[in-house]
Design a protein around this ligand. Sequence first.
Ligand code: AR6
Length: 177
Amino acid sequence: MEGGARIELVQGDITRQDTEAIVNAANTSLLGGGGVDGAIHRAGGPSILEECRRLGGCATGDAKITSGGSLRVRFVIHAVGPVYRDGRHGEPAALASAYRRSLELAIEHGLRSIAFPSISTGAYRFPIGEAAPIALGTVRQILAARPGTLELVRFVLFSAVDLHAYEAALDASGAPV
Ligand code: AR6
């Protein structure tokens, strides 16, 4: 528990979550792609892309919100993580910012639950062992600072290896969940 909220780690598919919002690992165009982005647009139907077209893109480290289309979620929050080069080009700060902006949007919309994929650790090649503590640390910080807002933040990891990386990061941070 953090600020009255629960952080959950599960293995699964982000498109099948029953939270109020899911987060997309998008790119700056917001016009779709592979991985999580492709799966969300496939499962959510064309209305999400139509909304995205009107948003005029999104900067790295920022996030924008659309409806959930035909998904069971109310909203999709499209977050843009950094492309990883060597970790010395602002990638950790940009990754933290993508999580922070997503949570801020969720809180602004009065949402109680949100599910994240592991942003930037696929096509954008951010090493998951470095990304997991940044993701969890940023979420914890915001939950602690904004008690009484979000109740559930779920990380949906695609593979068992990815799930274990997040579990290890959570254990290493020492705080109870
Ligand atoms: N559910 C949960 N996790 C998934 C799913 C899924 N359905 N599919 C893949 N993952 P990526 P990025 C995992 O590449 O690195 C797109 O083309 C995957 O195994 O989706 O932020 C965008 O348009 C990995 O661990 O996102 C951008 O151009 C993690 O989700 C670019 O890729 C993120 O992988 C963004 O790259």
